[in-house]
Structures are given as C-alpha cells and as structure tokens.
Design a protein around this ligand. Sequence first.
Ligand SMILES: Cc1cc2nc3c(=O)[nH]c(=O)nc-3n(C[C@H](O)[C@H](O)[C@H](O)COP(=O)(O)OP(=O)(O)OC[C@H]3O[C@@H](n4cnc5c(N)ncnc54)[C@H](O)[C@@H]3O)c2cc1C
Length: 541
Amino acid sequence: MQNDFDVLVIGAGPNGLCCGSYLARAGAKVAVVEKNVESGGGLMTQELSGFKLNSHAIYMLLGDLMPPYHDLELKSRGVTFITPEVQAAFLYDDDSLILYADQEKSKESVARLSPNDADSFASLSQDFKKACDEFIIPATYYPPVDPLEQIELLDQSSDVGRWLNELAEMTPREVIGAYDFDDERIEGALLYLASMFGLDPDGGGMGFLTPIYVHRLMQSSIVKGGSHQLASSLRRTLESYGGEVITDANVAEITVESGRAVGLRLHDGRVFRSKAVVSTLNPEQNFKELIDGNALSSTIKEATDAWEWDETSLYVVNWGVVGEAPRYEGRPEDVDLALNVVMGISSPGDVIDHFDHAKSGQIPDGATGHASCPSLFDPLSSARHLGEYGNCEVLRWECMAPFDADWSNHKSSVARNAFSKWSEYAPNLRDANIRIELAWSPNDIWTHLPTMKHGGIKHGAYQSIQMGYNRPNSECSSYSTPIEGFYVAGASTHPGGMVILGPGYNAARVVAKDLGLDIWWELPEMVSRAIKAGYLPPDQD
Ligand SMILES: Cc1cc2nc3c(=O)[nH]c(=O)nc-3n(C[C@H](O)[C@H](O)[C@H](O)COP(=O)(O)OP(=O)(O)OC[C@H]3O[C@@H](n4cnc5c(N)ncnc54)[C@H](O)[C@@H]3O)c2cc1C
C-alpha cells in the first residue's frame, strides 16, 4: 500500500466522508481512515435476515437542502430522500395531534384540538421557517462568526435577525412558551420536537436552535434503502475521484513534527504520512489521546479539560417483524401514516420529566418515546424474501436515555416494555411475530463510535459556550488549528452534530484553500443571500 497522501481524514462518518469527497474532487490524494470495519459512523444500517435496521441516525433534518447533496451529485449516486406527508402524531388519551409537512394541514389539526391555538401555531411555524431559511440553515454551511460580530450583524440585518438575537438569550422552553398556547398538549408537542435529539429544554442560551429542530422535524426525511446509503454514496463519490477509505484502521497517534501534523500511526503499527490531517473525532480524542500534549497551547488544553459531554443519550430498538404495520385503533387514519408517533407527552412538563429522568440516570420505562415504521415509507427496508410467511415490516422505537445506568440488566426489558406500551395504542402489534430485535443502549453507542463519549450523539453538549466560534475551542473553531496541517471537521465543530454535513463541508474549503487546491464548488445560493441580507459577513475568498 502506498502510504503517502495529501490529506488523511480520520473517521469515515458523514463529515469525514463529505470532507474527503470535496478534497478528492479538488485533486488531492485523500485517504479516510476508519476504526470500524465499515464506513458510515452514525450512518449505520444493519441488514439482518433481510431487515434493514438503522441503528443510529434515521431522520434527516436537511435532506436535499444540504449543499453536498447537489455538489457531489448524490442523487445520481443513489441517495433518495423520502419525506412522508404525515410527519408526526402525538397520542393523548382520547385525542391526537397530527403534524404534516404541509403547515396548513398541521394548523387544521391544531385547530381541531384547540381552536384558540391555531393562529399561534401558524405564527410559530412562519417565524421558525423564516429564521431557518434566512439565517440558520445558510449559517450551517458557513464558518462560525465571532460572537460579537454575529450579534451586531443580526442586530443590523432585519427583524428576523434581531429576533434571533433574542432567542440566543432564551431556553427552548421559553421560545415555545412565548407563543402563549392555551393547550399545553400543543406546547408539549413542540417542545418534544425541539428536544428529542438532546437539546435541553431548559438549556440557557440555546433557544436559537429551537426553530431548526421544530421546523425541520416537520419536514424530515429518511434515506431510501437505509441511512447507510448516504454513507456508501459519499464513499463511492470519494473513490470515484481517486480517494480511498481504509477501514479497520484505529488511529493511535496524530504525528506532529516541528509543530506540523505530518501523518498518523495506527494501533496495529501502520504509519501514514500526509501534508494535512483532518480529524472528525471529539476534542478529548484529538487533544488528549492522539496528539502529544507538548504540541498544544494552554488554551486548547484548558478548553479540552473543560469540554462538557451530553447529559443524555438515546436508546434505540429496531425490530424486524412478520406482521402488519401498526394500526392505531380509534384514531384518525393519518396517525397510521405518521413517520413518528410520539407517546407519553401531553405537556411541556412531560418533556422536562422525560429529560430529567435520563439526566438522573433512570432507565426509561418504555412509556415515553417515539415510534416509527420506516418500511411503510421505504418498502426496501423490509425483508421481502420472508414474504412467503406474510407481510414484513421494520419497527423502531427511540427515547432519551442515560449513559450511567445498569444497561446490561435492562436493555432487553426496555425493549419489551416499549413494544408492549406501543401495542396498547396499536393493538395489531400483538399479532406481530418478532424475527429480529436489535437494541442499542448509550454504552453500545460509545463502544461502536468512540467519538460519541457517553453515547453523546453530538460529540459534546450543546451549551452556548460550546457552540459556533467556541466549538471545540476558540483556536480551532475555524477548522484550522494552531498545529500547522491539522484540521478539525466533526460534530464537535460548528455547526455541530446530526447528519447535516456542515462541519465536513465547511472544513473542506479551509483545507483546500491552505493546500492551494481548486475550490471547484460554488458558495450555496442560500449563503450568498444571507450575506447579501447582512446576516453573515462577506466571503473572505
Ligand atoms: C442512536 C443515534 C441516533 C441518531 N439519530 C439521528 C437522526 O435521526 N438524525 C440525525 O441527523 N442524526 C442522528 N444522530 C446523530 C448523528 O449520527 C451524528 O451527529 C453524526 O453521525 C456525526 O457525524 P460525524 O461524521 O461528525 O461523526 P461520527 O458519525 O461519530 O463518525 C466518526 C467516525 O470516526 C471513527 N473513529 C472514532 N475513533 C477513531 C479512531 N481512533 N481511529 C479511526 N476512526 C475513528 C468512528 O468509528 C466513526 O465512524 C444519531 C446518533 C445516534 C448514535
């Protein structure tokens, strides 16, 4: 094997594969080095007895809005996003709230439940959409801006900008609470959407992320054929431009010589040299485990020591069943067609309790969480070859969960309880014949992906001091670092976690510029618009 590269990228998760693909197409000789036997990181689909089970990420918030989807021609490379019309249904004792991709239809559902709240819901939907379209999504694909400069830009830009500055002083609960809903079921539903990926409902200064979670979780999609299709398409893109992915390659050291990153050493002794090293790992891995402390500034060391991990993780269980898709008895038909069906949430207090239980280390009771039947939208994920036994479906149940808990004794019982609670709402599930059950606790997540310490799906908590310009610290948040030739590009950099490809995309531009490569891709139109509107500073290039 030829061991000299222009760029070595550590981690073949969504960000590593995205960054590597841009650089390979720019002409660099790229290798993405991955600890696991398969690439994908959080984009994992396991095929068991013909059922395709997404063990980690499944809901894509930005889908075809992600610039790499177009730049890297991912559609023609096999990525299809499926966006169900019915996005979420919240089940109450005698009622349901149904949220659609079409805001007008959601408003009608809100009006049926609480006529007084329909207008507040419409205002919230419009405000959140506008904030996402004009600033939050464009800023995802642009390097973070110094906080004071960003505040000033937003302040001078428009009412939306000034409102976003206000949100940055609020908690997600306060942002939703400001719409004064009469019916706490509606407020609870919106707060659940805001926090179902671990955004603390009471997180001070984190209100500015509320619009993207709430708005985009009413527009979310799944990847046809399973989430891993996105990873394998990115990998194919990388390879088509001459790059390679080296799997089963656990990095033990980022080699720094005379203040410059020059390559990697693996645990199995292999050594690779390169002009640049891009890491998508977390700050503790980068700055405590892999780089010799003598090469680091005290600012980086202190910021790494102070790095806070998520207080909660997720518990996910997938089942492959011979049986019918869930039918929710006594509910409107559209509930049967919802991508996500949420149980156990009737008020903001329920969301806080669910979060607090996870924070305090309590094993989930299986009564609160969201359930999905992905095969309803993507027949490719069910085990067709079992067709001779009858209809097959994939079922998934997910909830907030603690890391620090006795999972070895409770992993299966949570799955059992969740299935039984789900069956109370959808009694036909009692007839399902479970062929496969695959449960992942927070411990399992960390074991599989060392980037996700304590099962933290974003490589580090979302707190105002760990976002944007300070993610992962003020010296490295622009993707380059004080160590020449060393770059960071994973979920612990701006804009953070989730499969949005922002970190890998933004970092690619910085690396390409430093290496003098051809930056072949255009600034996304939405970013140009945000610059023109004064939300973001002009492009330095
Ligand atoms: C259970 C679960 C559910 C989720 N659900 C969603 C969802 O529905 N929607 C969504 O958008 N996001 C979801 N996420 C979050 C999303 O998966 C992550 O935020 C995203 O994968 C981060 O991408 P990344 O490329 O930065 O890092 P990762 O995906 O963590 O990839 C990093 C890669 O680095 C590799 N690595 C680690 N250490 C080393 C080493 N020493 N040497 C070499 N390689 C190494 C890892 O094996 C991994 O492949 C979920 C995550 C989990 C765990």
